[in-house]
Ligand binder design. Structure first.
Ligand code: WT7
Length: 565
């Protein structure tokens, strides 16, 4: 991006369409754009994907491999009998089949439903039930979690296991699929999807009710391609690393679609986080563009500056971050140790692409999320009237003018909640922020009770529903509490049933119960046993009162809160 101001003046989504060679009304299939098209552009032998296993074993795939292997998956799914429009869940660790699987599903016209592999059976069930998912691609290690709930999933017909070794017989509806042994499909008739054909269904948590499926379409490519190019500054010779898991939207929009539609080489490691692992990974692969998250950056910060010096990280050219507030200290620290500032970017599962951010070449104000992407009209609106705030520095709700290409098209079978997200002609993000006199956005906090645990949203309702299934729990409330690394972690307030006494053992038992049922992210890091929970006159638990106490904030006038509820 030359200059932000210039770009804003001259920008239109047509630029993206032109670069992609797409005209309105054409066929548009993200799968084709991410593989076949790049090959047609003469990059068939360029490396698309460098993958490292836990053990450090490395695999490399060219764009031609990407094209053929995703054809192979698409062909397999089609031959199994899966029809376009059906939901196919991806439930795997960060292995190649996860990345190729997403492209394969899109190529044969089904809807990809990626779910985080650390989810327990209950988290899985809620999302598969809602989407009436008919197939799931998974690994042997996650198979028991699927088997546990299969009798509650009448629509589930195909459980595809990518690493079955034949040691134990598979059951009815279970299929062994081995990408390396399968016949390579050179030519596949890609499904002729058009702009509004559904592509990906990403589940996201809200305050009330079950998680909602944000429904995306193939046209999302128009914004994902160009934001990856402009904001992440992807260029032909880059080696890119996005640390997000494709179970979440960052891992698909910018961990699959963004880099591959730009024909860039990307690296992925299956190994978990340690400072040593990450710095070694950057050094080994000479990563140039690194897209990560505040929790990881703070965790690196905690490991100190000495360890950074042990590695040659001079390849790094551009750093960006997303998912939660990136504090000014973290930005300044990255300048100190990497000689580069992390560029904060803001967006959501629903927006499908980066909507507000710090651009390469733009002055960074540490602690600010930056400015709207050219082509995106963003503002902050009054919390009650939804009218854009005239004065700078006043806190309102972040709002975006509908119409950008990757906007979600609905919540799966929940049009009413979808419509509720639009007020006065604006899409409401549900986050509070202010804008300064230079147009920079400053994040304040969420406007609901959703907990952002280390960059992952967890819904209090889902946690509370799971908690009351524990035999000792009478009532519960889940709120976020401050944490130095994760910014926010889950804390649960619990009243016990008669006959149960608070104890450390019970606390651990309940924590474990949630970890297994839902996920490690949803597991409360602390449980406070209380005699009673604060409630409104109508009997609703006032999470906000509990949350405010944790953050040392003024609870405010609770009588209005009671009336509100
Ligand atoms: C919510 C969306 C799409 C990225 C992954 C998260 C919070 C996101 C920032 C940021 C402060 C941020 C917001 C937002 N968030 N980016 N740069 N600064 N908060 O997607 O799971 O849909 O979460 O994450 O609260 O609404 P998501």
């Amino acid at each position: 991006m030359k200059s932000y101001e210039e770009e804003v003046k001259n920008f239109s989504w047509e630029i993206s369409k032109k670069e992609l060679g797409y005209k309105d009304g054409d066929i548009i299939n993200i799968g084709w754009y991410c593989s076949d098209r790049i090959c047609e552009m003469g990059k068939a032998n360029k490396i698309a994907f460098i993958w490292e296993s836990f053990k450090g074993e490395e695999k490399r795939y060219t764009y031609n491999d990407l094209r053929v292997l995703t054809n192979t998956i698409a062909n397999y799914l089609k031959n199994l009998g899966i029809k376009p429009g059906e939901r196919v869940c991806l439930f795997m660790d960060k292995i190649p089949e996860l990345y190729f699987g997403l492209i394969g599903i899109l190529k044969m016209g089904a809807i990809a439903q990626p779910l985080f592999s650390a989810f327990g059976s209950d988290s899985l069930l809620t999302r598969l039930e809602d989407a009436q998912t008919s197939a799931i691609i998974t690994q042997k290690k996650h198979l028991p979690k699927v088997r546990n709930i299969l009798d509650k999933l009448p629509y589930m017909n195909y459980i595809i296991v990518v690493d079955d070794d034949g040691a134990k017989p598979l059951r009815e509806k279970e299929y062994a699929f081995n990408l390396e042994k399968e016949e390579r499909i050179e030519k596949f008739d890609i499904y002729p999807s058009t702009a509004e054909t559904p592509s990906i269904l990403h589940y996201t948590s809200g305050t009330t009710g079950k998680p909602k499926g944000a429904q995306h379409v193939h046209y999302s490519l128009i914004s994902q391609y160009i934001t990856a190019k402009y904001v992440l500054d992807l260029q032909d010779d880059d080696i890119y690393w996005c640390t997000a898991d494709p179970g979440w939207v960052t891992g698909t929009s910018y961990g699959i679609i963004g880099p591959w539609s730009n024909g860039v080489t990307q690296c992925v490691t299956e190994a978990g986080f340690t400072a040593e692992n990450w710095y070694r990974f950057i050094e080994k692969h000479k990563i140039t563009v690194w897209y990560s998250a505040p929790t990881a950056i703070r965790a690196l910060m905690r490991e100190g500056n000495e360890i950074v010096k042990k590695f040659d990280l001079s390849s790094l050219r551009h750093l960006a971050s997303v998912g939660e507030p990136l504090n000014a200290e973290a930005v300044l620290w990255s300048q100190e140790v990497f000689g580069k500032m992390f560029h904060d970017t803001f967006w959501q599962t629903e927006t499908g692409c980066i909507v507000i951010s710090n651009y390469p070449g733009m002055k960074i104000k540490p602690g600010s999320m930056g400015k709207p992407f050219p082509g995106i009209e963003a503002t902050v609106v009054d919390l009650k009237t939804f009218v854009p705030l005239e004065r700078t520095g006043v806190v309102g709700m972040i709002a975006i003018k509908p119409g950008w290409p990757s906007m979600f098209r609905t919540y799966w079978k929940n049009e009413e909640t979808y419509k509720g997200k639009f007020k006065n002609g604006w899409y409401l993000c549900g986050d509070r922020a202010s804008i300064d006199d230079e147009g920079y956005f400053w994040f304040v906090g969420r406007d609901d009770d959703v907990i952002n645990a280390g960059g992952h949203l967890v819904g209090p309702f889902e946690i509370e529903s799971a908690l009351i299934e524990h035999p000792a729990v009478a009532e519960s409330a889940a709120v976020g509490k401050p944490d130095p690394i994760n910014m926010e972690v889950v804390k649960a307030f619990i009243t016990l049933k008669k006959g149960y006494e608070p104890s450390k053992e019970l606390e651990l038992n309940i924590m474990n119960f949630i970890r297994k049922k839902l996920s490690p992210l949803a597991m409360p890091q602390e449980i406070e046993f209380v005699e009673s929970l604060p409630k409104t006159r109508s009997g609703k638990i006032m999470r906000r009162v509990l949350r405010a106490k944790e953050w040392g904030e003024d609870i405010g006038d609770t009588s209005t809160l009671e009336n509100d509820m």
